[in-house]
Design a protein around this ligand. Structure first.
Ligand code: HBI
Ligand code: FE
Length: 423
């Protein structure tokens, strides 16, 4: 694929402000919402009132009103040239519509204190080098730490992630016989557990991965093929990553429906153990769930809430991520099943979490966010979601309680984040 037509220049303050030639001569992209009765021609009259002001509409969307039955809310975006013009639109609509509100004006200005965050997909390219421990160096207790052959092989694989750019296909890796055997050992062990322990969404997708992406005990599937499959299912894609990213960067990726995935495999000496994410954890644990539309929405919701969030809020969201995407369990009929990737990729903990030994609590984001957790032992507590949809709704509600002076929405056409400067 060729380079994106519009290059994005990171700026130290707020990332990527770019101008698309002439189109960007409109400095104020505004959004308003108004409600109208179900009367013939009323929308036409509202739009005519905006047209009369010589204002260019850029988007219009309707939804059934949340407040009055059979009324409709219309969300209208337009390009105004001044804040007076925004006010004049409101004034022109007031006699025609009910509850006219300015949702926000998309400026490229955010409060000075806002942490940088990616605004366009290509901005994710800036994460490549910023890995925490185990990117290139391995901790002393990593089973591969003293194996120079393993370390060299890993450096070879992480080089792909280091040089990867948005839009490229993910380079294929010719995995060695030893690597494929390690994968096979993990694959065979875990697939015996899935029918009795994995949630139904995971079980639904798994055979599709066998069919479409060569999942099986023989060879490690290629990230590129898996990424294309996910894109078709939910719009999620994979990006190769060198190792652990900061919580902020990792969660920010989810806002774009991008999952950062490692491509290397654990050390062959301990096939059922890894102290960090590896390709077995990503492909067997995470990937099947990202093919589910409700789970994809849920994950993106956490990602969107993380954009420009304070460090404290990132910590809260990372904790919610931990107890859901990594270690979540959910009720399915009269059973409880696992959907967290940390569980679905760990033979021991998958058994343990449903054994009746650990404490189970209902999934309430405000409480989950404050829960302490160990990262190297089994979890002492798990949170049970009623469904992905229910969890998404709760996370969305929780997100509005976070302290952020603007809101965001993802534009899937341009793969970019739009900012609305009032909640
Ligand atoms: N980085 N590459 C990578 N993979 C993860 O699963 C991951 C991460 N960074 C942080 C993280 N997970 C979580 O534990 C939360 O902090 C978001
Ligand atoms: Fe993970």
């Amino acid at each position: 694929m060729s380079a994106p037509a519009v290059a994005s220049t990171p700026s130290p303050a707020h990332g990527t402000l770019h101008k698309c030639g002439d189109i960007s001569a409109t400095p104020l992209k505004s959004s308003i919402v108004f409600s109208i009765n179900d009367r013939i021609g009323i929308l036409d009259e509202c739009l005519a009132a905006i047209k009369a002001l010589s204002i260019n509409l850029t988007r219009i969307e309707s939804r059934p009103s949340k407040t009055d039955d059979w009324d409709y809310d219309f969300f209208v975006d337009f390009a105004a040239t001044s804040s007076d013009q925004v006010a004049s639109v409101v004034k022109a609509l007031e006699p025609l519509a009910k509850q006219v509100h300015i949702v926000g004006t998309a400026g490229d200005t955010l409060p000075e204190s806002t942490p940088w965050f990616p605004r366009k997909m290509v901005d994710l390219d800036t994460f490549a080098d910023k890995v925490l421990e185990m990117g290139e160096e391995l901790d002393a207790d990593h089973p591969g730490a003293k194996d120079p052959v393993y370390r060299a092989r890993r450096a070879e694989i992480t080089k792909i992630a280091k040089t990867y750019k948005t839009g490229m296909p993910i380079p294929h890796i010719e995995y060695t016989k030893e690597e494929n055997e390690t994968w096979g050992a993990v694959f065979n062990k875990l697939t015996t557990m899935f029918p009795s322990h994995a949630c139904r969404e995971h079980q639904y997708v798994f055979p599709l991965l066998v069919q479409n992406c060569h999942y099986g005990p023989e060879a490690i599937p290629q990230l590129d093929s898996v990424s294309r499959f996910l894109k078709d299912c939910t719009g999620f894609t994979l990006r190769p990553v060198m190792g652990l990213l900061t919580s902020r960067d990792f969660l920010n990726g989810l806002a774009f429906r991008v999952f950062h995935s490692t491509q290397y495999i654990r050390h062959h000496s301990r096939p059922l153990y890894t102290p960090e994410p590896d390709v077995c954890h990503e492909l067997l644990g995470h990937v099947p769930l990202f093919a589910n539309p409700d789970f994809a929405d849920f994950s993106q919701e956490i990602g969107l809430a993380s954009l420009g969030a304070s460090d404290e809020d990132i910590e809260r969201l990372a904790t919610i991520y931990w107890f859901t995407v990594e270690f979540g369990i959910c009720r399915q009929g009269d059973k409880i099943r696992a959907y967290g990737a940390g569980l679905l990729s760990s033979f021991g903990e998958l058994e343990y979490c449903l054994s009746g030994k650990p404490e189970l609590r209902p999934f309430e984001p405000a409480k989950v966010a404050a829960q302490k957790y160990p990262i190297t032992e089994y979890q002492p507590v798990y949170f049970v979601a009623e469904s992905f949809k229910d969890a998404q709704m709760r996370v969305r509600e929780f997100a509005t309680s976070l302290d952020r002076p603007f809101s965001v929405r993802y534009n899937a056409y341009t793969e970019s984040i739009e900012i609305l400067d009032s909640k």
